[in-house]
Design a protein around this ligand. Structure first.
Ligand code: MG
Length: 253
């Protein structure tokens, strides 16, 4: 069942989205060689709670941290650790969710470190481009898979693959609501998009195969072939005048 949001709910979600985006922006300034992902996690938790929010991932189905840090061949849901130190060559994806005054905001961004392989930069740029191409299709009167197919088209025409096993989602008073938002599909299919639908659109794109497996920690999702993967996400409302990014931030464009 899809919960359509009123204009005032979308305004409230924009506040949650803003807090999430400001927290992630602050975190990304701290993504440096030598930093542990546990430090980023603590920094995120402090930032969010000081502003009156709650890190939405912490405790979600038992997830032990406030953010997901997914490096290199990790696709999503990586658990921050004291033992994981960011290197100059890494591709660093950070996913962050906030609950603020009863509403959720969710976004992710991939940082390419200075000496990461050339293909890492191209992968991240392509994944980001696929996100914004998908967002541009979050139009009233369109269909859900218009978003999906656009993401797939951008990723595949650059020679990359979209992950099938994990998808975007509706979001609102719950972090995960209907509908699921796959990163692949046929244009013109899926539910009708109408004002009040709010979606977390989140392409996960891999350099090699789209096949993944979940690590023995029951969270960390990795590519089967060990190749790189990138992840970008925004929370987006379908409005009468087109898509509105609720996790808007000048750094995440
Ligand atoms: Mg999400």
């Amino acid at each position: 069942m899809i919960h359509l949001k009123s204009k005032s709910e979308i305004r409230a979600m924009k506040e949650a989205g803003k807090l999430a985006a400001e927290a992630l922006s602050y975190l990304i300034e701290n993504v440096k060689p030598g930093t542990t992902t546990a430090y980023l996690d603590k920094t995120a938790e402090d930032f969010i709670t000081k502003r009156g929010g709650r890190p939405a991932f912490k405790g979600y189905r038992g997830f032990p941290a406030s953010i997901c840090t997914s490096l290199n061949n990790v696709v999503v849901h990586g658990i921050p650790s004291e033992n994981e130190v960011i290197k100059e060559t890494d591709l660093v994806s950070i996913d962050l969710g906030v609950e603020y005054k009863g509403y959720y905001g969710d976004l992710a961004w991939t940082v390419v470190m200075e000496e990461a392989p050339e293909n890492a930069r191209r992968l991240a740029e392509t994944t980001k481009r696929s996100l914004f191409a998908g967002i541009a299709k979050a139009l009233p009167g369109g269909r859900l898979f218009d978003i999906s197919s656009e993401i797939q088209k951008v990723a595949e025409s650059a020679g990359f693959n979209v992950i099938r096993q994990f998808v975007g989602h509706g979001i609102g008073k719950e972090m995960h609501e209907d509908p699921q938002v796959p990163n692949y599909g046929k244009r013109g299919r899926g539910i009708l998009l109408e004002p009040g639908i709010v979606l977390a659109i989140e392409p996960m794109v891999s350099e090699g195969t789209w096949e993944v497996y979940v690590d023995s920690d029951h969270w960390t999702v990795k590519t089967v072939d060990g190749k790189l993967s990138a992840h970008f996400e925004h929370t987006v409302a379908v409005t009468e005048s087109g898509p509105e990014i609720l996790t808007y931030h000048e750094k995440f464009l």
